[in-house]
Ligand binder design. Sequence first.
Ligand code: NDP
Length: 328
Amino acid sequence: MFNALVLNKEEDQKATNEIKELDISMLPEGDVLVNVDYSTINYKDSLAITSASPIIKSYPMVPGIDFAGTVEDSSNSNFKVGDKVILNGFGVGEKHWGGLSQKARVNGDWLVHMPKEFTSKQAMAIGTAGYTSMLCVLALENNGISPNSGEILVTGASGGVGSVAISLLSKLGYTVCASSGRNEHAEYLKSLGADNIIDRNELSEKGRPLNKERWAGAIDSVGSHTLANICASMKYGGTVAACGLAQGFDFPSTVMPFILRGVTLAGVDSVYCPLKDRIKAWERLATDLNMDHLNSMINIISLSEVEETTQKMLSGKTHGRIIVDVNS
Ligand code: NDP
């Protein structure tokens, strides 16, 4: 038997959630059974658990798009009992039971071996948010952006993606400008390596097709007018890695930044990112992330605190990364 957070929904009713004791036989099919050490709360988990967006595809569902743990049983040739593993995405916590549980059974093709530099707790301090930040940094690099190119803008700065992105970029030698709506986190953002901080209101309203050239690169977890204004303010040949929608999923832009300044808009998806790219991202996290910074980003909660935390996240009252100790 094990404990898991279970979401349920009667037709036309709002989804409910409760911590339930379940039998292993109830777990979905898969060739690897994992004893979960830690999970985490990402923005998408908050949307799913509060039903703010139709993330969950079927009920009952154990949410949690991430987990880190130890293999208990495996018929997959890539994983043996005792291996430390990480799962991010692949529809887990959306259409396949997820990580907010003491046990998970999944398809081994979705798992990544945990880099030896990390504990399960550190891997979940990073989680999908941090691994996505690394994918965004790789997108900038793949498009030729380097520390010499100029300043990099990070939006949603005090959130999970933003915090890890600032830390990664600063360790790699970039000059970082953080865009945040919360003045009270200015010292936190500077401690992660932000050189400059701007108020997110500078970017959030409808703007002009082109503005003064300002940033060589950007990592945007906000979308909407913010993303449009970022594109309009990119330097010639700059790259914007777009991964999020905290302001909105619309993109009210024009073609001008792309056809007059050769700006690249690089879309970043973590969920179905091919295995070779996600392994590369985790390897780079092991070398490029400042662990003191990571420690300063985390809050640890138990399964019973998940619902309250997801509501706080959607109302902009959390910052950094949230780890869920599923065994406490
Ligand atoms: P968080 O809630 O931790 O961070 C979001 C941050 O965005 C907030 O901390 C806040 O930062 C800022 N923000 C919130 N509301 C608004 C608003 N209305 N306008 C402008 N800024 C706002 O979430 P995550 O970091 O986990 O995720 C961030 C985004 O990235 C989400 O949209 C998520 O869905 C997406 N994402 C996408 C992935 C992918 O595969 N493409 C993977 C992971 C995340 P501040 O207070 O500093 O302004």
